[in-house]
Design a protein. Structure first.
Length: 137
């Protein structure tokens, strides 16, 4: 499964990129909305982990553009500026999950596993492989 991390906090981006990579996923990390759009235009991603507030754009500006480039892309937003109004506004754009920072590594990995399982065997990834464990052949 291909994951794009869009996070301007380098330390946090390095941390979650390492976590996701160790979970068996392919990860690309970028620091801006502009970089994210260029990457999505050039490569198919299954999931985007998107910081809501970036220096050059907000998630509310980026999500419609991302979906225009890849209609089936799954987007998980992350924010430290959590309010009910913000969550409602972002959810209305069709994200799959809204994460409030800080969040646990276990929560992030569970969201990735759940989303990966919904993608099915074509996109596979670790969850698809794990789902074969225990099956009688």
């Amino acid at each position: 499964m291909e994951v794009l991390v869009v996070e301007d906090d380098r330390q946090f981006a390095t941390y979650i990129t390492s976590l996701i990579t160790n979970g068996g996923y392919q990860v690309t990390a970028v620091e801006s909305g502009a970089e994210a759009l260029v990457n999505i235009a050039q490569k198919k991603y299954d999931i985007v982990l998107l910081d809501v507030f970036l220096p050059d754009a907000t998630a509310m500006q980026l999500i419609p553009k991302m979906k225009e480039l890849q209609a089936d892309i799954k987007i998980v937003t992350m924010t430290g500026g959590d309010t009910a109004e913000l969550e409602r506004e972002v959810r209305e754009l069709g994200i799959v999950f809204y994460l409030s920072k800080p969040f646990s590594p276990e929560m992030l990995m569970e969201i990735l596993r759940h989303t990966c399982s919904r993608l099915g065997p074509v996109n596979g990834g670790p969850v698809y492989q794990q789902s074969l464990v225990g099956l009688e052949l």
